[in-house]
Design a protein around this ligand. Structure first.
Ligand code: OOG
Ligand code: MG
Length: 241
């Protein structure tokens, strides 16, 4: 199966909210090939009028690596269609088996980080049972489905040891620290620049950069009110309808 055929399979799976078998069960796919599938998959969305608005890192914390059994840092693309306003509503209709995780977001400036914000990421593997290899998850745009960015804040002196909470209906369901993100989420940006550059993508000023979750993700259920709290930075929230 060609790169573009794999991209069509993954694109259709997302559009139809229907899981597919892992590509690597029946096809040869290495990580470079998987990034080519991801690029082709996102190109289809850009052809449908979506805009690239940023990049997300994945598996930058041990908690996340352990949850999915893949131990490599990965990255994916964010389009405007994936953005949900802070405090907004999200219907689960278009998702397969969505999970949510707390993140820290950077607003990219001309020279480094222009602002920081708490964020939520909704991930929704297009593979059956949320099971995948490194190459599978890269091809699937690193499970990216939607994201919420809270109010942008000036860059604090350090972002390397901030408490991170994920709350559902007012109860803490995950707790961690930004220290879990490669020791310092700014390191995720350094790695992100290098990794995206390897595949010909330059991070642009004005883009959102998600550094990767500090904690494991939790299933997203109808009616849930979900909030990420990042110490000293604020909150990002979402209501599931
Ligand atoms: C892969 C995406 C990981 C993160 O923040 O670590 C990710 C997955 O968990 O399905 O977005
Ligand atoms: Mg994430």
């Amino acid at each position: 199966m060609s790169i573009s055929e794999m991209a069509v399979l993954l694109d259709d799976a997302a559009v139809d909210a229907t899981a597919i078998p892992q590509l690597t069960l029946s096809h040869e796919l290495d990580v470079d090939g998987a990034y080519a599938v991801q690029e082709a998959l996102i190109a289809r969305r850009l052809d449908r009028g979506q805009r690239l608005v940023g990049v997300k890192m994945g598996l930058t914390s041990r908690a996340k690596m352990a949850q999915v059994g893949v131990h490599e840092v990965i990255w994916g693309r964010l389009t405007d269609a994936m953005a949900v306003p802070d405090g907004g509503q999200l219907s689960l209709d278009g998702f397969i088996h969505p999970r949510i995780e707390p993140e820290i977001a950077f607003l990219l400036g001309e020279h480094g980080i222009a602002a920081v914000a708490p964020a939520l990421e909704i991930i929704d593997s297009r593979y059956a049972d949320f099971q995948f290899t490194h190459a599978d998850v890269v091809a699937d745009n690193t499970s990216g489905a939607a994201f919420v960015v809270g109010a942008w804040q000036p860059v604090p002196a350090g972002v390397d040891n901030l408490g991170v909470l994920l709350e559902v209906d007012g109860k803490v369901v995950q707790a961690g620290s930004t220290a879990a993100i490669l020791g310092d989420p700014r390191r995720a940006l350094t790695e992100g620049r290098a990794l995206t550059g390897r595949y010909g993508l330059d991070l642009e000023p004005g883009w959102v950069f998600l550094a990767g979750a500090a904690t494991a993700a939790v299933p997203l259920t109808p009616g849930a009110h979900v909030r990420a709290v990042v110490e000293g930075i604020g909150t990002a929230s979402l209501k599931v309808s």
